[in-house]
Structure formats: C-alpha cells, structure tokens
Design a protein around this ligand. Structure first.
Ligand code: DX5
Ligand code: ZN
Length: 226
C-alpha cells in the first residue's frame, strides 16, 4: 500500500510562532503546504519567498508551495531559491502550463498544476506526462476555513483514470475544507495527498487533530496502487 501524504497548510497557524506551528506537525506530516497569494489572482495577500525561506530553516520536511498568483513564471525561481520542493501554479493563469512546468523542473523541483473547483479536469490531460502532481481545489482559492465543495472531488477520479489510460504515474492532491469529518470522502475519491489547514491550526489541540488524521490516512485501504 502506498502511504497517503498529509500536507498541513499553515495558512491559519499563528505566524508569531511559526516554530511551534511546524513542530506540532513534525513527525506526522509529509510536507508543509504553503499558500502564496498575491491579491491579484485571488482577493487576499499572504506571504512570499521570505516566509518560505523562514519555514525552510525550521524544518527538513518537503515544502509544498501553492502559488495563487497571476504571474507564476516570474517567481518560480525565487521560490525555488527560498527552499520550495514542490511548486504548483493555477491552470487559470496561463495558456502555456507546459512552459512553467519546464521552468520548475529545470530548477530541480517537483511541479504541479492547480485546478479551481469550476475548472475541468481535461485542462491538465495534455500535461500529465510532464508533471508530478495535480492539485484539485475543493474551495475557491483565497481563504482558509471554507466549506468543502464535494462536487469538485469527482475530478480526482477523472484525472486518475486518464493518467492510467496514458500509462503515466501522477499524484493527485486535494486542498480546501478537508477535515476529519469528510476525510473518508476525500480518500474514497482517490486523493494521494491531502491538505488540511484550519481544521488543524484552529483546533485547541492541533497535535491531537494531526494524530487523528494520520490514523485515518494510515488505516485507509480503499484505492490500490501499483
Ligand atoms: C485556499 C488554500 C488552502 C486552504 C487550506 O486558498 O489553498 O490551502 O486554505 O485550508 P483549509 O483546510 O482551512 O481549507
Ligand atoms: Zn493551498
């Protein structure tokens, strides 16, 4: 069985104390999900390479950088230099995703394309062989703590079957509104990587929620892989 990866989003963590935020997921997370927003592609601004670099210095976990920015091509190098390991950008911001995937790969990083809830799965089909993962958004990007849009989960299966048809291996990551309550549904849909933000960091005991999620992920034997 393949281990399902957990990538906690620190978007709703206490930024006065990033060290504690990281240490409470350390040992149970597989990556740290970092939500970069530019106030242009999305109606919110979060942080840039400076904070990514600060997190880099706090942990050896892979950094999963989710770029919700209008011009990713101009910034992927800065994020790679700051210590990103996985870099994803939105399908909605470019007509040439293949070029940006190439830029990310040339920097030696894993590359992914993100789909907004209303963007069809077909948008990534031509690039499955030149990318490492697809990030399926289950909320509109911009804010943590929103309610999951379960209809978007259907795309996970569509992407998996198309990848199988093409004979390529790809990971599918699900992001937005995931919590212990709906995790079963997300796993049944076929997710390989799950992002969980506010449900961990807005909880009184984040580490207890982490443990609970880890147990659910490790106990899931639904979809068989290679
Ligand atoms: C939304 C972000 C997500 C999200 C995760 O724009 O990409 O990573 O905030 O947080 P929750 O789990 O609170 O939806
Ligand atoms: Zn995200």
């Amino acid at each position: 069985m393949k281990r399902i990866k957990l990538a906690p989003s620190i978007l709703n963590a206490d930024f006065r104390d990033l060290r504690s935020a990281i240490s409470c997921i350390e040992g149970m997370a597989d990556a740290v999900h970092l939500d970069v927003m530019d106030g242009n592609f999305v109606p919110n601004i979060t942080f840039g390479p400076l904070i990514v670099k600060a997190v880099r210095e706090l942990t050896d976990m892979p950094l999963d950088v989710h770029l919700m920015i209008a011009h990713p091509a101009e910034f992927v190098e800065d994020f790679a230099q700051a210590g990103a390991d996985w870099i994803s950008f939105h399908a909605e911001v470019t007509r040439h995703p293949g070029e940006i995937l190439g830029l990310i790969h040339n920097l030696g990083k894993r590359a992914g394309i993100v789909l907004n809830p209303q963007t069809p799965a077909q948008r990534v089909f031509d690039y499955l062989d030149i990318m490492d993962y697809v990030l399926v958004m289950t909320v509109m990007p911009g804010f943590g703590g929103q309610k999951i849009i379960p209809e978007a989960l259907a795309k996970v299966g569509e992407i998996r079957s198309e990848a199988e048809r093409q004979g390529v291996s790809i990971e599918v990551e699900v992001d937005g509104g995931v919590k212990t309550r709906n995790l079963g549904q997300v796993l049944d849909a076929g997710a390989d990587i799950v992002v969980v933000g506010s449900s961990i960091f807005a909880a009184p005991d984040p580490r207890a929620v982490m443990r609970e999620i880890r147990d659910i992920l490790d106990g899931f034997h639904g979809h068989m892989q290679e």
